[in-house]
Design a protein around this ligand. Structure first.
Ligand code: UDX
Ligand code: UDX
Length: 472
């Protein structure tokens, strides 16, 4: 296998963008072209003003600044970049199907298939094709069957190289990955050579013992199950938070106690309003779908329960707000602190905030949102999408009337009946909660969906405080 000097990545999203930026930064002799069908997204990646990059991610703009124009390029010339590359990453989105067979469960692979067909059509010489998107197990077979049947003598080698970066810490996760999985055909010399070519790329900055080589199916399944295990821990702690609220045990104390058992470990035990993000729900639904289609009913039910508890947690949080506000929020102003699915990102996919908001909107609450990074139109489009895709008794017009997005948190909370903390942004802990209290309608309620505030202090200031997994 020749040394890699040219890489193309299809999909300039949350995964493709940061991953390719770091590869370009660490491998200055490799030309990296990131291509996308979305012209606006590419224009944003090329924006002179680094604050306009399409993705907010700590440390990203410094990496892009270093490599862009040197060996990192963002473009819409997909065919040309595929043709020039020896190695092609597919990093397009694979949302849950919203139609037809597997609706609501299976991953929609239409973009993967389109990209694969495009690679097949354009390629004139041998290529290594890498699945970067998270995919159902055995997708590589689909990719192979398309590429192998194009009737040319071009050789394609297919690898699975799932991404484990978490948003908000993507650059650090890429620079210091715990492991990099490289799945390939370990049974042939060509397959092993393709894997080595990818190992060489990552070995520019990662120690070789963190580059794990597996067969393709193990690699595909490991990505799905890594996310399922992480989500399962959150649902486990969230399930216990409900019991804590009934028994006056404290969920943070319980998490600390169990997490200090080195066999369990402290991470991913933070009780919350529910997990969000583009991956957890989608990947578990996928796992459930695959298990069901293989006749593994019990296994499917086991993993599905992780999602059921997560839905329960979001609904429980919203219902608690309604109950505590004397069983009605109709016409009452509720201030949302945070809309992103976690701190340090502008991503709102599957954010718990939109589910909580839609429950409250069903009851005709007025929602006033403040988030340091999410743009106003994003809030509206999330709610409109959600209320259209699930049954909610509200129109777009009503959403635009009842939901307001603010650029100042004090303004969002002014004359509100309740504040709800939906995202764990650090800045929320630095606010003047005495000043916020003054502006509120009394009695003033606060619902801390992330357990980040000082509840004793808030109570002393006069707030009625409700938090996850804390008895009152
Ligand atoms: C990720 C991962 O790649 C996937 O594994 C994970 O399961 C979900 O999300 P992400 O980078 O977060 O994808 O998605 P997104 O930010 O939506 O980016 C995908 C990009 O691919 C978009 O910019 C879209 O325009 C582009 N795209 C999609 C193409 O360029 N061509 C297509 O045919 C389809
Ligand atoms: C996740 C995986 O961590 C990453 O490895 C994979 O590549 C993509 O999916 P991401 O979705 O970006 O990353 O964020 P993550 O930090 O895992 O958080 C997911 C959700 O769980 C967020 O809503 C977060 O707030 C929530 N969470 C996380 C908790 O509620 N409690 C915790 O203890 C940890």
């Amino acid at each position: 296998m020749t040394k890699i000097t040219n890489i193309c990545c299809i999909g300039a999203g949350y995964v493709g963008g940061p991953t390719m930026a770091v590869i370009a930064q660490k491998c200055p002799e490799i030309t990296v072209n990131v291509v996308d069908i979305n012209e606006q997204r590419i224009a944003d990646w090329n924006d002179e003003n680094m604050d306009n990059l399409p993705i907010y991610e700590p440390g990203l703009k410094e990496v892009v600044e270093e490599a862009r124009g040197r060996n990192l390029f963002f473009s819409t010339e997909i065919d040309k970049c595929i043709d020039e590359a020896q190695m092609i990453f597919i990093s397009v989105n694979t949302p849950t199907k919203t139609y037809g067979k597997g609706k609501g469960m299976a991953a929609d692979l239409k973009y993967i298939e389109l990209c694969t067909r495009q690679i097949a059509r354009v390629s004139k010489d041998d290529k290594i094709v890498i699945e970067k998107s998270t995919l159902p197990v055995r997708t590589a077979q689909v990719v192979r069957s398309i590429l192998d049947n194009i009737g040319s003598d071009v050789n394609f080698h297919i690898l699975s190289n799932p991404e484990f970066l978490a948003e908000g810490t993507a650059i650090d996760d890429l620079h210091n990955a715990d492991r990099m999985l490289i799945g390939g055909d370990t049974s042939t010399d060509e397959g092993r050579a393709a894997m080595e070519a990818l190992v060489d790329v990552y070995a520019h900055w990662l120690p070789k013992d963190r580059l794990l080589k597996t067969n393709v199916w193990s690699s595909e399944l490991s990505k799905l199950t890594a996310n399922a295990f992480l989500a399962q821990r959150i649902s486990s702690i969230n399930a216990l938070s409900a019991l804590c609220e009934k028994t006056e045990a404290d969920i943070d104390e319980v998490a600390r106690a169990i997490g200090s058992d080195s066999r369990i470990g402290p991470k991913f035990l933070k009780s919350s309003v529910g997990f969000g993000g583009s991956c957890f729900q989608k990947d578990i639904l996928n796992l459930v779908y695959i298990c069901r289609s293989q006749g593994l009913q019990e296994v499917a039910d086991y993993w599905e329960q992780v999602i059921i508890i997560n839905d329960y947690q979001k609904r429980r949080f919203a219902e608690n707000i309604i109950n505590k506000l004397y069983n009605t929020v109709s016409g009452k102003k509720i201030a949302f602190m945070g809309w992103a699915f976690k701190k340090d990102t502008n991503d709102t996919r599957e954010t718990a905030a939109m589910y909580v908001a839609s429950h409250l909107l069903d009851d005709r609450a007025e929602i006033h949102v403040y988030d340091p990074k999410v743009k106003p139109e994003q809030v509206y489009s999330d709610l409109i999408y959600l209320t259209e895709s699930q049954y909610h008794d509200i129109t777009e017009e009503q959403i635009r009337e009842l939901v307001h997005v603010h650029s100042d948190p004090y303004e969002a909370a002014n004359n509100a009946h309740a504040v709800a903390v939906l995202t764990e942004w650090d800045e929320f802990t630095t606010y003047d909660w005495k000043k916020l209290f003054k502006g509120m309608i009394k009695p003033a309620f606060i619902f801390d969906g992330r357990n980040i505030l000082d509840h004793t202090e808030l109570k002393n200031l006069g707030w009625n405080v409700y938090a996850i997994g804390k008895g009152n």
